[in-house]
Design a protein around this ligand. Structure first.
Ligand code: C5P
Length: 232
């Protein structure tokens, strides 16, 4: 699969996401649907956006006992999304169960991506709240390696970690990276950021871009700018 820009459609309603997607006319960006939109509108919003011809990354970050995750993944595979995810911290048993649940009777399945440590977690909160004392980059690489061993397709990570993930796992193990900002843009609450062109050089396979596109005065131009920097 080639490099692509995934637009994080963090909207609270069907109405808002549809009027946003209408701006793109014939263009069909790869769309990320997260908890906010999914919990507001339910699985129908996934079917509707899919029917418009968009690829979909369903970002629900599952983390529960293996049997529950397996069954939930089996429901999600029926939504025909292109990519979905879980927390690697749910253990290898959970990741393997998730893959089993996600795989359709004909052997096909959406890409399955693992969240390692959230970018909102830092060394201090990881040590204090979850009692993990190792350096955070070692923890991220360990989770990436276990996800790869379980047969997952990639991880969500910072673009700063993409190169290392590829060397620890493999070049074909996907790195899906949020934290992208334009050089002249506002970084907001993201801390460690890269431009689309820097993320390309760093080896990211997908960039996930939200507010730099959704809050731009011209979202289509902002999207095209990401494509020019990252894909072209
Ligand atoms: O608006 P912004 O470009 O910061 O959006 C980034 C998207 O990526 C959001 O939907 C956010 O939830 C998601 N994300 C992230 N960091 C992670 C995982 C997901 O920013 N570690």
């Amino acid at each position: 699969m080639g490099k692509d820009v995934i637009v994080a459609c963090d909207f609270p309603s069907r109405e808002r996401v549809m009027s946003f997607l209408e701006l793109f006319k014939g263009r069909k960006p790869f769309v990320k649907i997260g908890m906010e939109l999914f919990y507001a509108e339910g699985p129908d919003i996934v079917r509707e956006i899919k029917k418009r011809g968009h690829k979909i990354f369903l970002d629900l970050k599952l983390h529960d006992i293996p049997n529950t995750v397996k069954k939930a993944m089996s429901v999600l595979s029926g939504l025909e999304v292109d990519m979905t995810n879980l927390h690697a911290a749910g253990t290898q048993e959970m990741m393997r169960a998730a893959l089993e649940g996600l795989t359709r009777p004909d052997g096909t399945r959406p890409l399955l991506i693992a969240v390692t440590q959230l970018t909102s977690t830092d060394q201090e909160s990881m040590e204090r709240d979850i009692l993990i004392k190792e350096p955070i980059d070692q923890v991220v690489m360990h989770y990436a390696k276990t996800a790869a061993d379980c047969g997952l397709d990639g991880v969500v990570c910072s673009p700063l970690e993409s190169g290392k993930v590829h060397s620890v796992c493999s070049d074909s193990f996907l790195t899906v990276t949020p934290g992208v900002r334009f050089a002249d843009g506002d970084i907001g609450d993201q801390k460690r950021v890269m431009t689309p062109a820097q993320a390309k050089l760093a080896g990211s396979d997908y960039i996930v871009v939200g507010r730099p596109i959704t809050a731009a005065s011209d979202p289509v131009e902002a999207y095209e700018r990401c494509i020019r920097g990252f894909v072209d």
